[in-house]
Design a binder for this molecule. Structure first.
Ligand SMILES: Cc1cc2nc3c(=O)[nH]c(=O)nc-3n(C[C@H](O)[C@H](O)[C@H](O)COP(=O)(O)OP(=O)(O)OC[C@H]3O[C@@H](n4cnc5c(N)ncnc54)[C@H](O)[C@@H]3O)c2cc1C
Length: 432
């Protein structure tokens, strides 16, 4: 058994690791099995305590790329960063990408990931021509919107439970180059955030806001709104510099005090207010990828991310409630992100994106106090009829999950009988 952890470094689990190197490798015997992509999920959706993790980074071959149509076929362990390296010189880019390019295609399908362009492009599942799903009985199912459609919809956002995705065919989008042009605008409160979203949605491919979650009183809900479009530009491409934290601090470097200081400085920095700015896609789309192991900043106890989506109307009262609760707890994070999802229905039965506003925050793991805070946030999300994102979760209760994702029972019928995860066992636990 090997100790394992995901991006939040909590919980720690023990499991057997089997590394797959070819897409047709036989699946090992025993149960439960679970595919593992690049471990960029924050909680236990990619962990399998007491079972076997199938490491898929070894199945990372490109199969076919049509430079005329932007259709790419590849194995499921290919990273989005590898796709960009191959296709951007030909003017193609992933149609949807999360805030890190260091995720595999299999992981992006299984969580049906979304990006800063959800309001325009939907989520990852909207841009899939199809994929091959391998089952533990030795069968393979070709899945697309027209072939085995139920398996297609069960597997997109299906949390790795329907089997092993071995290959996928993706539709990329045309871009003029590596540059993104747009604006960065301060807003003073949530009302102004919503006005900026409404004013920007139809003209900008990417919109997202950073929120100062340590502010209170009349500064509550202030932040910086960023919007941009792919655009031609002649600048020199900056050299890719990836740094690493040389060591893990013995306690979290993120505390109430450092978070308050960081948030204040970040809000007031000069570049927070600029029109017609030009960014390279890396700092714009993937600012956190510049420090490879930034998750170690939170120390050996790790951290939680809380990401919820709230229906737009309910968000007007639920968001200030959450921000007040977070500020009062003194546990605000550096990285609070606010984004309005579009109204396009997700393809997957268990996909997280749905119309509304999504808020994501990091909290150092301080044990019971942090768990109590997150339970309070869940109560607000539940009352607002929202949902919490499984890819970011390590602690939501079974009743909360089942309220957020009522289609979970439908997924059960499509699960591979030999596949399971620590997350799934936790959120489907029957109360005795
Ligand atoms: C800095 C950062 C920013 C992020 N920003 C966003 C964001 O903006 N939007 C967003 O949606 N998410 C975001 N995420 C979360 C991340 O995109 C997802 O958790 C993603 O699924 C991780 O992919 P992975 O390859 O690391 O898969 P893992 O985390 O290893 O696994 C994720 C799930 O995929 C399943 N899986 C993996 N490979 C396969 C396969 N071949 N077949 C079947 N199932 C498989 C696993 O079983 C698991 O259930 C972010 C994460 C980080 C660290």
């Amino acid at each position: 058994m090997v100790a394992g952890e995901s991006w939040g470094r909590w919980p720690r689990t023990d499991q057997r690791i089997v590394t797959l190197t070819y897409r047709a490798d036989a699946l090992p015997s025993g149960a439960p099995l679970l595919a593992y992509g690049n471990g960029r999920s924050y909680g236990d959706v990619c962990l399998n305590d007491g079972g076997t993790l199938l490491h898929t980074r070894g199945i990372d071959r490109f199969i076919r790329f049509d430079v005329a149509t932007g259709v790419l076929e590849c194995e499921a362990g290919v990273l989005l960063s590898d796709i960009i390296s191959l296709t951007l010189p030909h003017g193609w880019f992933p149609a949807v990408t999360p805030g890190t390019a260091l995720v595999t295609v299999g992981g992006a399908i299984a969580n049906d990931v979304h990006g800063k362009n959800h309001h325009r492009a939907g989520s990852f599942g909207h841009h899939l021509h199809g994929f091959c799903l391998r089952r533990s009985d030795g069968s393979s199912i070709e899945c697309s919107a027209t072939q085995n459609r139920d398996w297609f919809e069960a597997t997109i956002g299906g949390l790795g439970l329907t089997g092993l995705i071995s290959t996928a065919s993706l539709q990329l989008r045309r871009v003029p180059g590596p540059w993104i042009e747009g604006d960065s605008l301060r807003f003073s409160n949530l009302q102004e955030f919503f006005e900026l979203e409404t004013a920007s949605a139809s003209d900008f491919e990417y919109t997202v806001a950073w929120l100062d979650c340590a502010s209170r009183g009349d500064k509550l809900g202030r932040g910086i709104f960023v919007r941009g479009n792919h655009a031609p530009h002649d600048g020199a491409v900056p050299r890719e510099r990836v740094r690493r934290l040389p060591w893990t601090p013995p306690v979290s470097a993120v505390s109430g005090l450092t978070a308050r200081l960081f948030n204040r400085l970040y809000y007031h920095r000069r570049s927070a207010q600029q029109h017609g700015a030009v960014w390279h896609y890396r700092p714009f789309l993937y600012p956190l990828d510049a420090i490879l192991n930034w998750n170690r900043l939170y120390g050996p106890q790790g951290f939680f991310q809380y990401q919820c989506v709230l229906p737009r109307d309910a968000a007007t009262t639920a968001l200030p409630q959450m921000l007040r609760r977070i500020a009062a707890a003194g546990q605000g994070s550096f990285l609070a992100v606010l984004k309005q999802f579009g109204s396009q229905p997700s393809v997957g039965w268990l996909s997280f994106p749905r119309p509304g506003v999504t808020l994501a925050l990091d909290f150092p793991n301080r044990g019971a106090v942090t768990l109590a805070l997150l339970d309070d946030l869940d109560r607000i999300t539940q009352a607002a009829d929202g949902a919490v994102y499984p890819a970011k979760d390590a602690r939501m209760s079974a009743p909360a999950f089942q309220q957020y994702f009522p289609a979970w029972r439908r997924l059960e019928a499509y699960m591979d009988p030999r596949f399971s995860s620590s997350f799934w066992r936790r959120v489907t636990r029957r109360s005795s």
